[in-house]
Design a binder for this molecule. Structure first.
Ligand SMILES: C[S@@+](CC[C@H](N)C(=O)[O-])C[C@H]1O[C@@H](n2cnc3c(N)ncnc32)[C@H](O)[C@@H]1O
Length: 282
């Protein structure tokens, strides 16, 4: 089920305790599924990594802070360029796997902490990057503390993947009945947005006093899956991961069978990757 990332923020700060607790469970679910995350999440397409590097104006000599690195989906290609990379990750298991995945890069390190409580080092960074995780950070601090971490002129770059219309014809529509059956949706007619209709993420970038020269780039890129890799990838979805065990396994089994029996074991889903960069001005 598609939900723009900012819905999560609304939930995390909701007045309703059940909504808040559920959002918190979702935030913590990535660490519980750390092995699946590492195996099935996959990295970012080259075009997206190149845009993040180019927009952030970084290279081998740069000092970069990555917030919420997961198991290193973006960190590994950044570290491979030779830059000095510090990654901060909330989850213990995720941080341990990220450390392992980055172990061949002596200039990369992983700190296990929430970004909000991590003491910033004195030496400023040339860029702060965040991939698919900005919506999990404290809404006020994520801008103010990122700005504090940066040198003047340094860049804050945020990547976000939207699920959009396209991909294997009929698959999303057919799969929807299992989202309803297992309590993940109540909308039988759900459709993701068209690529052109995907919401602008983090419009507040434009009004932040610490940042200027906001640039947004979008890339429409399909991802291809076997039944096994799709089910593995779904295990890392925080909505799926926080279902009770019986519902989760029932849902995943239904989706796996759907792909095997109706789509010859392969499907693709269409994504719109948004890369947003702003430069520190103050
Ligand atoms: C959807 S995952 C994205 C991981 C990785 N960046 C990627 O692109 O696949 C969200 C990540 O944010 C981390 N996270 C959530 N809140 C955080 C916080 N306050 N500080 C640091 N990491 C956080 C989670 O543990 C998880 O690794």
């Amino acid at each position: 089920m598609y939900r723009p990332g900012d819905d999560l923020l609304t939930d995390l700060t909701s007045d309703d305790e059940r909504t808040r607790r559920r959002a918190l469970l979702r935030k913590e679910s990535f660490d519980k599924a750390a092995d699946d995350y590492d195996q099935w999440r996959g990295g970012y397409p080259d075009d997206v990594v190149e845009a993040i590097v180019a927009c952030s104006r970084i290279g081998p000599e740069s000092r970069v802070l990555e917030i919420a690195c997961g198991t290193g989906q973006l960190s590994v290609p950044l570290a491979a360029l030779g830059m000095d990379l510090v990654a901060v990750e909330l989850g213990h298991h995720l941080a341990a796997l990220a450390r392992r995945n980055l172990s061949r890069f002596p200039k990369a390190s992983v700190k296990r902490s929430s970004f909000e409580s991590w003491p910033l080092p004195l030496e400023p960074f040339d860029a702060v990057v965040v991939a698919n995780a900005f919506h999990w950070l404290d809404p006020e601090l994520r801008f103010a503390k990122s700005a504090q971490a940066l040198r003047l002129g340094g860049c804050l770059t945020v990547g976000h993947a939207h699920h959009v219309r396209g991909g294997t014809a009929g698959f999303v529509e057919e799969a929807q009945r299992f989202y309803i059956k297992w309590g993940l949706s109540d909308d039988p007619f759900f459709q993701p947005p068209t690529p052109a209709g995907a919401p602008i993420m983090y419009p507040e970038f434009d009004g932040r006093p610490e940042f200027g020269s906001v640039e947004r780039r979008r890339f429409e890129i399909p991802r291809h899956h076997t039944a096994q890799s799709y089910v593995g990838w779904l295990r890392t979805d925080s909505m799926v991961a926080t279902l009770d065990e019986e519902s989760r396994e029932g849902f995943l089994s239904d989706i796996g069978q759907l792909i095997t029996t109706r789509y010859d074991g392969v499907v693709s889903r269409n994504f719109l990757y948004e890369v947003i960069t702003a430069r520190k001005v103050d």
